[in-house]
Write a protein that binds this ligand. Structure first.
Ligand code: CDP
Length: 235
């Protein structure tokens, strides 16, 4: 996965992210929306709400609720994916919901729901981290449009994946790398670079504490850059 100069298959350096595009807006029926690319991942997010909850019994009198549906289009991967929600999509939806909750103050919108719909148009590894990063932009846009309520925004949230390739820490793995990396780790952080989630396994090749620290260091710098991009596109 690395050539003799330490360059990756797609020409990137070990700590270099893929080309990132983040655009706020685009869907006129949504309260907030965003389009994001992490390399060949192409993802559209639409946010609806805060709005009345249906079914009503799901509403909470003390707070608003966040609901997330992550969906991969059948044409988003080389081999056609079955259109029915897979266990993987249900699990990733939950991971994204938990990652985005700390971004906003849902308690300001009791009895309402904020619905986040994520459509993966093209997938190439790291769709969950790209979805979290783009999802935050769409979510902020929805809340700003709602009674002009900037105050409900707590912190930008962004995410990246990291892995270990040939014993070195690599940032933002594509599908090919993800499939053969010794370790892969998804990192979600706030704008103060506090951790929201670290999810990683080293079953095939256990990793050391030093390697974990290196992944956190490279990952935090990348997240800080992503948050700058989120802010720029929301101006
Ligand atoms: O996308 P992410 O890395 O967050 O999630 P994953 O479950 O680790 O999936 C990694 C990659 O596998 C996806 O981004 C797709 O490129 C690919 N994939 C696929 O080819 N077919 C599927 N049914 C699911 C995922």
């Amino acid at each position: 996965l690395l050539d003799e100069n330490g360059i990756r298959c797609d020409g990137r350096k070990i700590d270099e992210p893929r080309k990132i595009v983040i655009k706020a807006g685009g869907l006129k029926n949504a309260d907030g929306s965003a389009y994001i690319e992490f390399g060949d991942n192409k993802i559209l997010v639409g946010v609806f709400g805060p709005r009345d909850v249906h079914p009503k019994h799901m509403s909470n009198t003390d707070t608003g609720i966040l609901r997330v549906r992550y969906h991969m289009e059948p044409f988003s991967v080389g081999e056609r994916k079955r259109p029915a929600p897979s266990r993987r999509e249900i699990e990733i939806s939950k991971v994204i919901k938990e990652a985005l909750e700390p971004a906003v103050m849902l308690e300001k919108f009791p009895r309402t729901a904020v619905d986040v719909f994520i459509e993966v148009l093209q997938a190439d590894g790291g769709t969950r981290t790209a979805s979290i990063t783009g999802g935050c932009v769409a979510l902020f846009m929805a809340l700003k449009n709602h009674h002009d309520d900037h105050r409900a925004i707590k912190s930008h949230i962004a995410a990246v994946s990291l892995g270990i390739l040939n014993g070195q820490v690599a940032l933002d793995l594509d599908y090919k790398e993800d499939s053969s990396a010794e370790t892969d780790l998804n990192l979600v952080m706030t704008e103060g670079l506090e951790l929201i989630e670290i999810q990683g396994t080293g079953e095939e090749a256990p990793f050391t504490r030093d390697e974990l620290n290196d992944m956190l260091e490279v990952g935090s710098a990348a997240i800080a850059d992503l948050i700058e991009k989120q802010k720029a596109c929301l101006l």
